[in-house]
Design a protein around this ligand. Structure first.
Ligand SMILES: [Zn+2]
Length: 152
């Protein structure tokens, strides 16, 4: 379960979309709260699979100071609320892959995966193997989430 940004580009994906809102990879950004970034995973494990990253380019959660940790957790909490109200999941997985050995695709910039879960959803990935279908679904979901974040 990790972010794969399509074609590999040099540098850090999160820093790039934080610094360049017009970058094409920024299309999947759904919210830019203070101190954090919320972006859809391009190859979702489940519909609504979202990534919450601190603005700080550091490899581990232990590298964040108290303020950065608070802002990250606040962003995560709000994202759970928004996913809950827009997609009605029955559960969530929240996790971080820290270090390449743990499966991190972007090991230099820590980030939290937030995956909405429904009963019996475990076969989503094998079913959706058409990239075009996935991209259209992603854009739709991203638009819906952006709208929900913009409201309250
Ligand atoms: Zn970075």
């Amino acid at each position: 379960m990790e972010y794969i940004g399509g074609e590999q580009r040099p540098g850090c994906l999160f820093c790039r979309v934080i610094e360049h809102p017009d970058d094409k990879d920024a299309e999947l950004v759904v919210w830019r709260p203070e101190g954090a970034l919320v972006i859809m995973n391009k190859f979702p494990y489940n519909p609504g699979h979202t990534i919450v990253a601190p603005v700080s380019h550091v490899p581990g959660l232990e590298n964040l100071d108290d303020d950065e940790t608070t802002l990250l957790m606040r962003a995560l909490r709000r994202t759970i609320d928004v996913l809950r109200s827009t997609m009605n999941p029955e559960g969530f997985n929240v996790g971080a892959n820290i270090g390449r050995a743990a499966g991190a695709g972007i090991p230099d910039h820590v980030h939290l995966h937030l995956v909405p879960r429904w009963d019996g959803d475990t076969n989503f990935m094998p079913v959706i193997d058409d990239v075009k279908v996935v991209n259209e679904a992603l854009e739709k979901t991203a638009a819906k989430l952006r709208e929900a974040f913009a409201k309250s």
